[in-house]
Design a protein around this ligand. Sequence first.
Ligand SMILES: [Zn+2]
Length: 97
Amino acid sequence: MNNYYCPYCNPKYQFQKKSTSGELICGSCGDPLIKRQFIKINQIIAIVASLSLVLPLIYTFIILIKNQVNPPRRNYQAYTNSIEKISKLKNLSTSTK
Ligand SMILES: [Zn+2]
């Protein structure tokens, strides 16, 4: 892959030439070639946008799996049931006295 490209010509039909001064020019239009950046700004924006969509999904899946492996201790339904049982037991103990 070439590190230099011509922004005006079709990337399929580009070939490099060296001018008499020694700099690289486009073979078809004669403009000086521009150095290709490793990561374009568009790619960075696309990565950030896709991550903003995908990361919450991954996060919810992690939380889901984590809760299934060891469920949270705060089970309010069980807590209210235990309160009812305790109060019933207290009522029984007071009625027998
Ligand atoms: Zn060109």
